[in-house]
Ligand binder design. Structure first.
Ligand SMILES: [Zn+2]
Length: 167
């Protein structure tokens, strides 16, 4: 007869397998990439994604599809992403950006600091395949903005937007 400790061990293993299958199913249902079992927390601390106004909101307020794309992009680029800006609450975004209370950063966007052109180009080259739909390059301010906005996000009606632009 199976002893109790073995039974507990088997049950725990099954629970882990079940949890992994549930996560993978949720990703597939959300239309996220196959085989990319990556999440933002594989590469970033929660504070790195928080709004800079101090309101405490961050990753939990961001679009899940964007966060997945960010993790894939980070893996593909294979260098640390230093974020100038990540989540912004509507109030903070209206204060610091012309995009107002429903700008990309209130949904899911980051500005990644780039030390040189090579790093910028590597981000740009991999962004679309990772799932990004908005890429903005600021060579003088040395950052690349990426987001994964879709038609209708933030009440947007004026599409198509550029997809790629410079600041
Ligand atoms: Zn805020």
């Amino acid at each position: 007869m199976t002893d109790f400790a073995t039974l507990v061990g088997v049950t725990n293993d099954l629970e882990r397998v079940h949890a992994k299958l549930v996560r993978e199913t949720e990703r597939l249902q959300a239309g996220l990439g196959y085989g990319h079992d990556l999440t933002w927390s594989d590469y970033f601390q929660p504070t790195e994604l928080e709004c800079r106004c101090g309101c405490g909101k961050g990753a939990e307020s961001m679009d899940e599809r964007f966060l997945h794309a960010l993790a894939v992009l980070r893996k593909e680029c294979d260098f640390p992403f230093v974020l100038n800006s990540a989540y912004r609450c509507p109030k903070h975004n209206a204060k610091v950006s012309g995009t107002g209370r429903n700008g990309p950063h209130t949904i899911g966007a980051v500005d990644i600091r780039v030390p040189d052109t090579q790093h910028a180009l590597k981000i740009i080259a991999n962004a679309q395949a990772a799932g990004m739909t908005g890429i903005g390059y600021a060579p003088r301010k040395r950052f690349v903005h990426v987001d994964a906005l879709r038609d209708g996000d933030g009440g947007r009606k004026k599409w198509p937007r550029p997809g790629y632009w410079t600041y």
